[in-house]
Write a protein of this length. Structure first.
Length: 282
């Protein structure tokens, strides 16, 4: 009799287990933009980890920056709470592959829209129009790119920004390339570098850091147009449409302006107005 009771209990437990599995089958790892908060799923979003003001992983493991704020807002509009977002470091060279592999649902990481990239991924946006610029010391007399002739110009290895300056504006600039922007900042601070060049949004992010406030300034040049878009896997037009609607709402309700002010304000970044969806400035 005792054996039959144990067997019956085990059978009942099995039924309960199967019932629970059928009702709550979401394992919490889905990155589908349709799961949303009601489904308990998560969404993986690609960002940069090393760009202050745009995408930065803080020492405590949290994330900050304009791209992070945009991505968080978009995810919320797709149905995800902040605790359902998993930010994934997505370096420039791996962005297209990360989307193709399905590592992330979308990427917000200073991702300039261009024809070459559009062959591999789809873009929502743009959500920010940036320009190539120069970061110099606050008391610097460099006001034009041509002033860099004979001066020390710094940028990261493989960057097209520095070469643009050499080719088009200041062929006699002494170009120094390093592995990361922080090295350029250190050189600028010590005086071994006269200017750092890349997108003005990235420069503003560095200049806005507490330890650099008042030490640097942007020259205010517009040496190129960089239309930042949100990258989505090629062919996923449904997600592109949803993200575009989220970006439009972010602009209309004032959240976009707040994010710009919060992340770039200390650098006196003179940002362009929020771009219109689908309009690419050449």
């Amino acid at each position: 009799m005792k054996l039959r009771k144990v067997t019956a209990a085990a059978a009942a437990a099995l039924v309960l287990s199967l019932t629970a599995t059928a009702c709550g089958g979401d394992d919490g790892d889905s990155d589908s933009a349709d799961s949303g908060s009601s489904g308990g799923g998560k969404i993986k979003i690609g960002i940069k980890y090393d760009q202050p003001g745009l995408g930065l992983k803080e020492p405590d493991g949290s994330f900050s920056g304009f791209d992070v704020d945009v991505a968080t807002y978009v995810a919320k509009e797709l149905g995800y709470n902040a605790d359902q977002i998993e930010f994934v470091e997505t370096k420039s060279a791996d962005r297209e592959n990360a989307l193709a592999r399905g590592d992330v649902k979308f990427i917000a990481a200073t991702y300039s829209i261009n024809d070459e990239r559009k062959e591999k991924v789809d873009f929502a946006g743009p959500y920010l129009l940036a320009h190539q610029d120069l970061l110099v010391k606050a008391d610097s007399d460099i006001t034009e790119a041509t002033d860099l002739n004979g001066k020390n110009l710094c940028s990261v290895t493989g960057s097209t920004s520095a070469q643009n300056v050499k080719d088009d504006f200041a062929p006699k600039a002494n170009l120094k390339t390093v592995s990361g922007y922080s090295e350029c900042i250190s050189g600028l601070q010590s005086g071994t570098v006269d200017a750092l060049t890349t997108d003005d949004s990235i420069l503003a992010g560095f200049a806005a850091q507490e330890q650099y406030k008042g030490k640097f300034k942007l020259a205010g040049l517009k040496l190129s147009n960089e239309n930042y878009g949100i990258g989505v896997k090629k062919g996923d037009t449904a997600t592109v449409d949803k993200i575009n609607k989220a970006l439009e709402k972010m602009v209309s309700d004032g959240a976009w302006d707040t994010a710009v002010k919060d992340n770039f304000g200390p650098a006196n970044y003179k940002n362009e107005p929020a771009p219109k969806i689908g309009v690419i400035v050449k």
